[in-house]
Structure formats: structure tokens, C-alpha cells
Design a protein around this ligand. Structure first.
Ligand code: FE2
Ligand code: FE2
Length: 291
């Protein structure tokens, strides 16, 4: 496989993994939103129907990306909430995770409900712009199935922010006052998500298969090789290796200030190696699985 083809494959793999996570997060969170909308606006059947449609679309998108992997007999790469746009947004606006969001408080308080509507509206508007960009991306366009998936998402997307926007204007909650503040925040969150996604995807235990059973385990964190041992095959070795991983996880995430030059070089080296050997990413496991 040429480097270009390997990179393209890897790009689509990462992209679809991030989408499958966000679509799943979207439709399951919308169950909570529906609960709030039904309780807060019980007589606004049009608004309720629009949120139901939104929920249905996100579930459909999730299924489409899921099939994309199933057809290839692959599992998506492991992605967590550091790659979830809505996760970051809820955290910043409400100061908690999606799971911790107090639906009853959102239902009882008009200002909280307004915040929820704004978060969804801006997340969806951002999603729409993102799809527009992706539909000009040559890797996406080189894959007819992936292109078709994004065309479907593009078609569905406008329906997703409009109902919340309508609620805000109908209820005299002026949108312009917030827009500027949110757009800056939204841009920042987008940049953070991308940077975190890139680093997060280079954090794992990699099993390098040797030719005579001399497999090795590389502990890679944020693109840096932190430890290298013979692959732990026996329970005792596994126990010892788990200890190594726990020790690593106990270290602080990233030191403050600029990264030292040698660590950047190593990161780029590790990145380019996995770019050239994308199939190797299938031999990786999350650090958390070794705890
Ligand atoms: Fe979607
Ligand atoms: Fe959407």
C-alpha cells in the first residue's frame, strides 16, 4: 500500500470513528432533550415533532457510520469524550458532563432551557459547516460511500438547528446578544477538540509482532514511546505490565509551557510511522484496559 493510500485509509477511519461517537452522543442526549421539551412545552406539538425528527436523524447517521465499519469487518477506533464537541460545549456552559446534566432544573428554569437550546443550535450549525468542509475534502470525495453518507448528513442538517432557533425567537430570547460570545467559544472548542483528537489517537499500548514469538509491547502516550517490554504473555508478566501502565497514567498529562524539541520530533516520528503502517493501529489497546 502506498503512503498516500495508507494515509487516506487512516484519515477516513479516524473521521468515521469521530462521527460515529458524536452521532451516538447526539441521539442519546436528544432523548434527554425530548424529555425536557415535552415537559416544558407540552402544547407545542410542532416543536416536539421537530425534536423527535432531529433525534431520529442522528440515530440514522449513527447507523450509517456503523454500517460503514461493519461492511469492512472493522471496529471503529476508540474515541472518547475528548473528541465530542457536544461534551465540551455542555461542560463549558453547564459546568458538568452530559450525564450529570440536571434535566429537572433545565425544565424548571427558563434561562437554563434557553442555554440548552443555544448549545444545541450552535452545535448543529457548526456541524453543518463541518460537513460543507468535508464535502470538499479529497479523501472523502475519493470514497463514493463516504461521500454519499456526508451528502445525507448535509441534507438533514438544516432541520436540526432551526426548531431551537424558532423557540428562542418566539420566546423573545434575542439570539444576537449571545451569538458573538458563543462563536468565539465555539471556535476555541473546535480547535481544542481537533488537537486533543490528534494526541488522543496516539495514546495506546502497541503490540509489535516479532517473527519468532518475540513480540514487544510499546507504551505510547501522546505520540511518545514511554516504555518498551517483551509482550506480557503470562499472568505474572501481565500484572507487572499493568503496574507500568498505572505508573504512567499517574504521571501528569502534559507539562505546562512549550514542548521540548526532542519530544516533538519523537511525536512526529511516531505519527509518521503509524501513518505508513496504518494496519498497526489495529494492534493497539487503550491504556485504560491495562489498569
Ligand atoms: Fe448527525
Ligand atoms: Fe445534526
Amino acid at each position: 500500500m502506498s503512503v498516500a493510500a495508507a494515509f487516506r485509509e487512516r484519515f477516513l477511519d479516524v473521521l468515521a470513528s469521530i462521527y460515529i461517537y458524536n452521532e451516538y452522543r447526539g441521539y442519546t442526549s436528544l432523548d434527554r432533550v425530548l424529555e425536557a421539551v415535552r415537559a416544558r412545552c407540552p402544547d407545542q406539538s410542532e416543536f416536539i415533532a421537530a425534536v423527535e425528527k432531529h433525534r431520529g436523524d442522528e440515530r440514522k447517521h449513527y447507523t450509517m457510520f456503523r454500517r460503514w465499519f461493519e461492511r469492512q469487518g472493522l471496529m471503529p477506533l476508540k474515541v472518547d469524550r475528548t473528541c465530542g464537541h457536544i461534551d465540551h460545549f455542555i461542560q463549558v456552559v453547564f459546568g458538568c458532563t452530559i450525564e450529570e446534566l440536571d434535566t429537572r432544573a433545565v425544565i424548571a428554569d427558563g434561562d437554563e432551557f434557553e442555554k440548552l437550546c443555544r448549545v444545541i443550535m450552535l452545535t448543529e450549525q457548526r456541524g453543518m459547516r463541518q460537513v460543507e468542509i468535508l464535502l470538499h475534502n479529497r479523501h472523502v470525495l475519493s470514497d463514493p460511500v463516504m461521500t454519499r453518507l456526508f451528502r445525507i448528513v448535509e441534507r438533514d442538517e438544516p432541520d436540526h438547528w432551526m426548531p431551537y432557533h424558532a423557540w428562542l425567537t418566539e420566546n423573545g430570547r434575542v439570539t444576537a446578544r449571545w451569538r458573538e460570545r458563543f462563536e468565539t467559544l465555539e471556535w476555541l472548542l473546535g480547535a481544542t477538540t481537533r488537537a486533543r483528537a490528534a494526541l488522543q489517537l496516539l495514546t495506546f499500548v502497541y503490540r509489535d509482532v516479532g517473527s519468532h514469538g518475540d513480540d514487544r509491547a510499546y507504551l505510547i502516550r501522546r505520540g511518545q514511546v514511554r516504555a518498551c517490554y517483551p509482550w506480557p504473555a503470562t499472568p505474572i508478566e501481565q500484572e507487572a505490565f499493568r503496574g507500568v501502565v498505572s505508573e504512567e497514567l499517574a504521571q501528569p498529562e502534559l507539562p505546562a509551557g512549550p514542548l521540548p524539541t526532542d519530544s516533538i520530533e519523537e511525536m512526529l516520528l511516531v505519527m509518521s510511522w503509524f501513518r505508513r503502517h496504518p494496519e498497526a493501529l489495529r494492534k493497539t489497546t487503550r491504556l485504560e484496559e491495562w489498569q
